[in-house]
Write a protein that binds this ligand. Sequence first.
Ligand code: SF4
Length: 443
Amino acid sequence: MKIFIKTYGCQMNERDSEAIGAQFLAAGHVLTPSEDDADVLLFNTCSVRDAAERKAKGKIGYLKKLKDRRPDVLLGAVGCMAQRLGDRLLEELPHLDFVVGTGQLHRIVAIVKEIAQKRNRQSFTEESRDVLVGMGEHAPDGGAFGQIAITRGCNRFCTYCIVPYVRGREISRDQRDIVDEAKKMVDHGVREILLLGQNVAAYGLNGDTRPPADDVSPFGELLEKLNEIDGLARIRYTSPYVTYFSDRLIEALKNCSKVCHNIHLPLQSGSDRVLKAMNRQYTAASYLHYVDKLRAAIDDVTFSTDVIVGFPDETEEDFQMTRDLMNRVGYSQSFIFKYSPRPGAKSALRPDSVPESVKEERNQILLGDLSARVEKMLQKQIGDTVEVLTEGVSHRNEARWTGRTGTNFVVHFEPVPGLKVGELKTVKIERAGGVSLFGSIVK
Ligand code: SF4
């Protein structure tokens, strides 16, 4: 069969889609980038925001025409929205053939085969202990950048979030499996690996949500093992929850030369009152304490973050605390979300009390702060020499190449003869523009 896969949502979903594709390939099927050419169309859906659900439903709804034209084609919704809605999705979209939630993705090939034979509409959303099966499958494409999911699910139950309900409880993969997977990827040409998990720093802690003791960090140990792999140039990871940065983890980050010095550290709010209502188990002061410890250990570390504006009852004072804390940390990147209630999440039981216009105003203020701050950060680097991992020809200007520093700044530069994707190069920064740096390769 020819399988078409479209992915919505986060990097974890992208990684799931890659693993799903690899499982179909291993079973002798073919992947196709064309909807018209496919026998099976899979939509790997996201449920984190209402807009993401509407987008996937809209797309599947639109494909009714294709189904009318080619009734043999199978349409399937998989992933988080599939898990959340199950049979309801089959009722809502009468031309959808099947629904496979996150708990059953490891059986996707067998499920599709069964649906193709029996032609019965069905949803599969039971939770399973086997959710880790197939998570390590890759379809090597010769690329230099790869991703490994090291955990699945989440135990933290932040009140605005439905991840624990649609992706289940947190489970960590075996360290040896992850290291073997990384070695295989490097053998196939991968130079940078991004480790993924809802809370990567909780890796190996058996779902314990308490801050680990200062001499404990299975995640740090994993980084040390991966750091030893010959041929691997860089390791990134996303996202860690702040309270898991034990001394042991900070020590590992400091000592692992391949681990990038950019930490995506979700803040969500700078107000203790709002953090409590969100069930984020830190205060503004304790968050800053971890930031200061990380800065003291890794002097060029940069931080990025996620923030929610307009959480129920967020006052102007709460918002100012968020703004002040963001300016104090000095993030080089922030993803700012205007709060929207998600059915099934605890915060959805509270009135969505902050008007849209206020959410938008707060969003714009934080974006303004961010762009002024990033401009200064870029200007400061003019004249520096930085190490860049090459990513290929720039999307904006074919005469230039693009790469990224370990601190996650994008750098554009003129290529030298024989330059390859995935090479570490030293670039002298000559100017800054927009959100990027520009320079020349010196080594
Ligand atoms: S840590 Fe909180 S926000 Fe992140 S996935 Fe878990 S419940 Fe959701």
